[in-house]
Ligand binder design. Structure first.
Ligand code: HEC
Length: 158
């Protein structure tokens, strides 16, 4: 490849990279609607899974038994004190039924936004303690224990 061709080829691949970046979902604060600052996210775990989630808005861990188990193990110390051991609700609302204070939480994107950015009062932003991978693991457990109407399970829809 001569220099000129090389330049054109790299310009094309740069354009491809930036259009892929544009395809990423903008996550928003559940309360204010302001874009979430993802630069504060804790890395760790399987980042390829989170990168996939950023493009599709679908949690790749849903239905994955091993992930669901890990999510349960993480939920216990991080969330059960306020939401109950079976996510049945305590200080914070139940997470296994089909009533959502924030209807967006019936989608994986919306659920992630509540976790990452927090909501009102005691529901603080979880990025302080959990990596994005850990949040997706916890979310897969929450979906796994769902006891609500299957028709309202928006995260299962295409
Ligand atoms: C210190 C207590 C506390 C902790 C810890 C906590 N939450 Fe919450 N959570 C709350 C409260 C209180 C609310 C209600 C806030 C509101 O209505 O804005 C809430 C709301 C939520 C909602 C929105 C539910 C709906 O009906 O829309 C989700 C989802 C949620 N929490 C998930 C989690 C998960 C997952 C964890 C662990 C990573 C967690 N929370 C940790 C107290 C807590």
């Amino acid at each position: 490849m001569n220099r000129k061709k090389l330049f054109v080829a790299s310009a094309v691949s740069l354009a491809l990279i930036s259009s892929a970046a544009l395809a990423e979902i903008t996550f928003r604060n559940t309360i204010t609607g302001a874009p979430l600052d993802m630069s504060v996210a804790k890395s760790g775990g399987n980042e390829a899974v989170f990168n996939q989630f950023k493009e599709t808005g679908k949690n790749p861990y849903n239905g994955d038994k091993e992930a669901v188990q890990k999510g349960h193990d993480l939920f216990m110390p991080a969330c059960s004190g306020c939401h109950g051991h079976e996510a049945e609700g305590k200080l914070g609302p139940g997470l296994a039924d089909d009533y959502w204070t924030y209807p967006s939480a019936a989608t994986d994107q919306g659920l992630f936004e509540v976790l990452f950015g927090g909501a009102n009062g005691m529901m603080g932003p979880q990025y302080v303690n959990l990596s994005t991978d850990e949040m997706l693991l916890i979310m897969s457990w929450i979906r796994d224990i769902y006891k609500g109407d299957p028709k309202k399970a928006k995260w299962l829809k295409k």
